[in-house]
Design a protein around this ligand. Sequence first.
Ligand SMILES: Nc1ncnc2c1ncn2[C@@H]1O[C@H](COP(=O)(O)OP(=O)(O)OP(=O)(O)O)[C@@H](O)[C@H]1O
Ligand SMILES: [Mg+2]
Length: 267
Amino acid sequence: MSEHSLEIRDLHARIADGEEILKGVDLVVPRGEVHALMGPNGSGKSTLAKVMAGDPQYEVTGGDVLIDGESILEMEPDERARAGLYLAFQYPVEVPGVSIANFLRLALNARREEGDEIGVMEFYTKLQRAVKALDWDESIIERNLHEGFSGGEKKRSEILQLLVLESRYAILDETDSGLDVDALKVVAKGVNAARGPEFGALVITHYQRLLNYIVPDKVHVMAAGRIVKQGPKELAMELDTRGYDWIRVEAGLAPVGDDEHAPRVGA
Ligand SMILES: Nc1ncnc2c1ncn2[C@@H]1O[C@H](COP(=O)(O)OP(=O)(O)OP(=O)(O)O)[C@@H](O)[C@H]1O
Ligand SMILES: [Mg+2]
């Protein structure tokens, strides 16, 4: 199982010197598959993505995260990227003064051994192919990274990174809020273009809507810091119509209204 997979084993994490948020997460994404992670507001989905990225806000207190059998928890964030992990966040950063093309070339070369840097022509061919796959205008690659980008453009830029960097595993944290249906289609297009035997992804989303375009091989549902249910793609549709309370009750948790992690404005 562990040989070609992204594996999260009984992962516990807390806010540094604070409350435990992840309370034993178990989840495996075999390479070649795309899984969805769903769950109510505040259940710990984004925290899981940030802990996997090595965000220093959180402290891992137990369990492990393995990429193809190798633990990444002791690695710095950039080492995790070199190990094959790609993470896109709900709110991508702006990097003023650095063009998309330059940023991607630096990022790609940072993952390669010294002396094995990608040639300029080879890089531009690759970049242009990815820009085309996302139906984007070529001039975009000279824009500064995320500077003045609309929400949809930032999203498209993240997906462009995913295609160019050729990571083995991607974690995409998608708030559907603020993204119109075209932007959702771009995310789906990118993930579907990356799909193949050498690529695995975990797509975090609230709504079935995105999953109409990215059909997941499996759906995991998180509640109160744990995976409480797994199922086939049909589970996403069931959640869309029935909501999450029945899953929480099945898992022995109080319905959302009673929970300390109930939805909060701005969560
Ligand atoms: N750095 C932090 N400081 C304080 N509380 C935090 C921090 N990080 C996470 N939390 C809390 O942990 C819980 C889980 O948050 P998280 O963002 O992981 O939820 P989520 O499942 O991504 O929710 P949403 O669906 O709204 O995006 C929330 O109650 C949140 O307030
Ligand atoms: Mg979130």
